[in-house]
Design a protein around this ligand. Structure first.
Ligand code: HEC
Length: 176
């Protein structure tokens, strides 16, 4: 009985200390909200790993619906989609990071590298749903799945595209 009483007192004290610390942080605004502030590398790496695993979990039951990009009209449509919806933040194959990318934290992924590690389902899921607490938008709120599958299929091809090949496709897409 005495043990239970002591345990209850310890738990109560722990809860009071926890609530005081939470109040000190929340009400006192003691949290660095600046985008320019860098997280310690191990914390950044843990958040990144959690995000990668969370997306992998989300796509377990998702059927891949990659789009046939051999049809030139569809391919150029996907390039136009990438240009208008993605290229402000993500670099093109062989290109430089856009200016906006340097102002964001976490930084927009290098899609040529990401496409080597992620499945087309993962690329689609992120494009459609976005990533919480980052600048990655949920394009599914305004665009349909067909358009987003086409862009995800294009991004999946990025590792095989040279800067010159992409530039040629971009010129053709923008000329239309
Ligand atoms: C306003 C900036 C912004 C725009 C526009 C944007 N993204 Fe992103 N994107 C990000 C950021 C920031 C991240 C990194 C998030 C993180 O690390 O948690 C990201 C991550 C991603 C990833 C995850 C890569 C990985 O490592 O798994 C994919 C895929 C992606 N974006 C695709 C797209 C596509 C396709 C478009 C256009 C349809 C797009 N993004 C538009 C900012 C943007």
């Amino acid at each position: 009985m005495a043990f239970i009483k002591h345990a209850a007192i310890v738990l109560l004290l722990a809860a009071l200390i926890g609530a005081s610390v939470a109040g000190w942080i929340i009400l006192g605004g003691r949290f660095d909200v600046a985008v320019s502030a860098q997280l310690p590398q191990p914390v950044h790496d843990l958040i990144h790993l959690t995000r990668v695993n969370a997306v992998r979990r989300e796509v377990r039951d998702l059927d891949a619906r990659p789009i046939d990009l051999d049809d030139e009209a569809v391919l150029l449509g996907a390039v136009r989609g990438f240009e208008s919806m993605c290229a402000d933040c993500h670099q093109r194959p062989g290109g430089d990071p856009p200016a906006l990318a340097r102002s964001l934290n976490p930084a927009p992924a290098k899609l040529c590298e990401a496409a080597e590690k992620r499945s087309v389902e993962e690329l689609f899921w992120v494009t459609k749903h976005g990533i919480r607490m980052s600048a990655m938008p949920a394009w599914g709120t305004t665009r349909d799945d067909q358009e987003l599958w086409a862009i995800a299929t294009l991004v999946a091809r990025f590792p095989n595209l040279t800067a010159a090949e992409y530039e040629q496709m971009r010129a053709a897409a923008m000329a239309q």
